[in-house]
Design a protein around this ligand. Structure first.
Ligand SMILES: [Zn+2]
Length: 252
């Protein structure tokens, strides 16, 4: 694929592909109850159309299935091409339960922004779509002053915890699409730590939260403000993916 082609594909992915999965973990419960009602009414009508349509799994991206459908595998393959076109050095990650397109980015550096573990060395297996989103938005994070992101968790096979309650729905961490961030460090070496600095109105943290929420590429960031019971010490950041939309994209 040519770089311009890759760019077009990426723009399409970001403009269209990520749309439609904008409900954060904290809203999963209310979304679930709403969708349950919708499913119920669909079932009662017993229309042919609803019988054919795959049921949307709670808190899973639109079009997501396990094992990955052909469309998801194609979207993953396109993502890997786009990652290469963006100049990211990646390797295939080991097969990991519920990660559709596992990758490892050995240097974990995206456009001058280093992504590091708070706890341990890698390799850190994530889904290609998270790596691609980090690569795409890194220049804007860099422009905000961010030089280092320290995460406490990327992939982990776990269920959603919000407002202090463990839910039945699978977390996007289990899909390799989310990261929990403890701190961001700026160009001067100042480390803004969520648990210590967010509630004091740290400007870097507030600007980063606003950036992710307005970027269009991520679901609403969970923070000490909107979920103090479960997110008092980290930002939960997760990329939006819509596999149903990606399946309809023309080949480039
Ligand atoms: Zn999280």
């Amino acid at each position: 694929m040519s770089p311009s082609c890759a760019r077009t594909a990426l723009i399409a992915l970001l403009a269209v592909g990520f749309v439609g999965a904008s409900v954060p973990e904290a809203d999963a419960k209310s979304k679930k109850s709403k969708s349950a009602k919708v499913e119920k009414s669909k079932k009662s009508k017993k229309s042919k159309k609803s019988a054919k349509a795959p049921a949307k799994k709670a808190n899973m991206p639109n079009g997501w299935t396990w094992p990955p459908s052909r469309a998801m595998r194609q979207a993953g393959s396109q993502c890997l091409d786009d990652l290469t076109a963006m100049g990211v050095k990646w390797e295939r990650g080991k097969r990991t339960k519920k990660i559709a397109t596992p990758v490892v980015v050995p240097d974990m550096e995206f456009g001058g922004v280093k992504v590091k573990s708070w706890w341990r060395k890698g390799p850190h297996v994530i889904d290609c779509h998270l790596a691609l989103a980090l690569a795409h938005f890194a220049p804007q994070l860099h422009a905000l002053g961010v030089r280092e992101i320290k995460f406490s968790s990327l992939y982990r096979y776990d269920h959603v915890t919000s407002h202090g309650v463990k839910r039945k729905t699978l977390s996007r961490h289990a899909l390799g699409l989310a990261m929990d961030v403890r701190s961001f460090t700026d160009a001067a070496g100042n480390e803004a730590i969520v648990v210590e600095d967010y509630n004091d109105g740290n400007e870097l943290l507030l600007r980063i939260e606003q950036f992710f929420n307005e970027s269009g590429g991520f679901r609403t960031v969970l923070t000490p403000r909107n979920d103090p019971a479960s997110h008092d010490d980290h930002f939960h950041i997760e990329v939006k993916v819509d596999y149903a939309v990606e399946a309809k994209k023309p080949n480039t």
